[in-house]
Design a protein around this ligand. Structure first.
Ligand SMILES: O=C(O)CCC(=O)C(=O)O
Ligand SMILES: [Fe+2]
Length: 322
């Protein structure tokens, strides 16, 4: 199905990114997911309240306000409770993960897959490098530990944070805001045209693996404020980062999903992907959200029993990291 206009396709090829408006409908497609997250935050709030760490479960507060309140008051953050992937290290049997049916519904949303098909063809695999990020205002960020699911993300290429096995995979990143993404609350920014070169050297740093600032033509940095329902498409070589959330009372909530042609390496083989659409083998398409959840629980149990694999290929000793 053709979703993109020739001009949009050209823009994606030229710039390495494209914002497509109104791919998802906030009421039909996003509200069910937020309903699941409302239950997650409710459970966290009640458990903190029972522990005596917060004064009230703040049942009456709307989602963003409630999350900020319980994080600021407890001095803790809960990124992994909402996420539908596992951390890159330290996976335990009880590592939180939220693999609910509404999230699976979003991953397999047919309008989203029409868009993906337009760029990578009808054999579509859901790459397991996927996150929900709830970027908090500074006052709600727990002191002393950095987590990229709640904070700003430094410059990188998505190709740089997965294994070399996927360097030639045609991985498409789809980044979608769930709340309005603004310059103030930490929207994404890209370097247009940066996807045309090779993989740029990255350095393992406190805020994760990132490209040293001296290699970034920052005068070309283009912030991308976006509305909920819109989708930012990026290639795996597009250089991007995200801004700080400098608001007092807003959470920038976003999904980042990845899709690729079936059969190519994902770059994180310890995590489970699935066939999201296939014209050649429709019987291989995963339709059952419970089965998807089961695959993640199984991966968690397996990883909890062994030393976790490293997805990092970069060394701090490289000259460029000095
Ligand atoms: O959401 C963010 O702040 C960063 C997201 C990102 O790097 C990605 O989606 O690849
Ligand atoms: Fe990224």
């Amino acid at each position: 199905m053709q979703v993109l206009t020739p001009a949009q396709r050209q823009q994606f090829e030229r710039d390495g990114y494209l914002v497509v408006e109104d791919v998802l409908d906030p009421t039909r497609d996003i509200a069910p997911v937020m309903a699941e997250y409302a239950d997650v935050v409710d459970r966290i709030a009640h458990s903190l309240y029972e522990e005596g760490v917060i004064k009230s479960p703040y049942r009456e507060l709307p989602f963003e306000e409630r999350l900020i309140r319980i994080c600021a008051e407890s001095g803790r953050n809960f990124p992994q409770h909402f996420d539908f992937s596992l951390p890159q290290s330290g996976v335990r049997h009880d590592t939180p993960i939220h693999v609910g049916p509404a999230v699976f519904g979003l991953l397999t949303n047919q309008r989203l897959l029409d868009l993906v098909e337009d760029l990578i063809g009808p054999e579509i695999y859901s790459n397991p490098v996927q996150h929900i990020r709830m970027k908090l205002p500074k006052r709600a960020v727990a002191k002393g530990s950095y987590n990229g699911l709640v904070s700003t993300i430094p410059w990188h290429q998505d190709n740089g944070v997965i294994l070399p096995e996927a360097d030639e995979s045609d991985i498409l990143t789809i980044w979608m805001p769930i709340t309005e993404a603004t310059v103030e609350n930490g929207c994404l920014q890209v370097i247009p045209g940066s996807h045309r070169g090779d993989l740029v050297p990255h350095c393992p740093q406190e805020k994760g693996v990132s490209i040293p600032e001296k290699l970034i033509p920052s005068e070309r940095a283009t912030p991308l404020p976006m509305r909920p329902g819109s989708a930012l498409l990026m290639t795996s070589r597009t250089v991007h980062s995200s801004l700080d959330n400098v608001t007092e009372d807003r959470v920038r909530i976003s999904f980042d999903l990845r899709y690729q042609p079936i059969g190519q390496p994902t770059g994180r083989p310890a995590f489970p992907g699935f066939v999201a659409r296939s014209a050649a083998h429709p019987e291989a398409v995963l339709c059952n959200p419970a089965e998807w959840a089961r695959m993640w629980y199984e991966a968690r149990a397996r990883l909890a029993e062994q030393e976790n694999p490293s997805f990092n290929r970069w060394s701090l000793d490289a000259a460029v990291c000095a």
